[in-house]
Ligand binder design. Sequence first.
Ligand SMILES: [Zn+2]
Length: 250
Amino acid sequence: MRARGVGLLEPVAGRRARWLFTDRRGGVSTGDYASLNLADHVGDDPQAVSANRGSAASWLGLAAGQVAVMRAAHGAESAFVTGGGVVADVDILVTDRPDVALLALAADCVPMAMADPVAGVVAAVHSGWRGVAAGTARAAVAAMVAAGAHTSRITASLGAAICARCYEVSDAVLAQVTAAAPAAAAVTRTGTPAVDIRAGISEQLRGEGVSDIRVDPACTYEAPTELFSYRRDHTTGRQGVLVALQVGHG
Ligand SMILES: [Zn+2]
């Protein structure tokens, strides 16, 4: 596989937070899911998904069994996890345990890695427009703080997502989103109402005191050879982000 984007924070010797953003390249899935599909709920061959997750986990020096993956529900619920496995109905996974990889999946929504490596707390987050309306990013900060993080030390890294120019929404959706995050208001390239998911998330993070916000500006919808897009292809795979805290690796 190939890494789309990576992050490393190592403010304390021997304790670091690492994250890996994937795209659709470099995996073993075929057809609509070609090739690095990380989702097992979209109709792909489970063995191919497992192999793809294993490749991504190994990039972090971990095994597939050490991956905790959320089944996102487009809400603001979080779960604190201590090991690998599936966690249903949450969009935020948090841990303070080393050597557990948290996985968030997306294909137009935003996958996000968050870390306070000084406190030793990391999170993986999924947010689309519903997440912005629900305040998922704010809830993620709160869940990390509850686990010992400090907002001023949190780094948030936002992955590729559908851009505002491509993301037409109804007036009702726009109203819901902008009530929670005015900065998400946008228009498409044809001038119709749109949502800028990453702008909304960034606004909510800044409002919570998070200032180190990194954004992959790529648009999933516009990059068919690089990125999965649900709105473009409907039957398709998911890219994502894996984040892990690692202790004692020198
Ligand atoms: Zn776009």
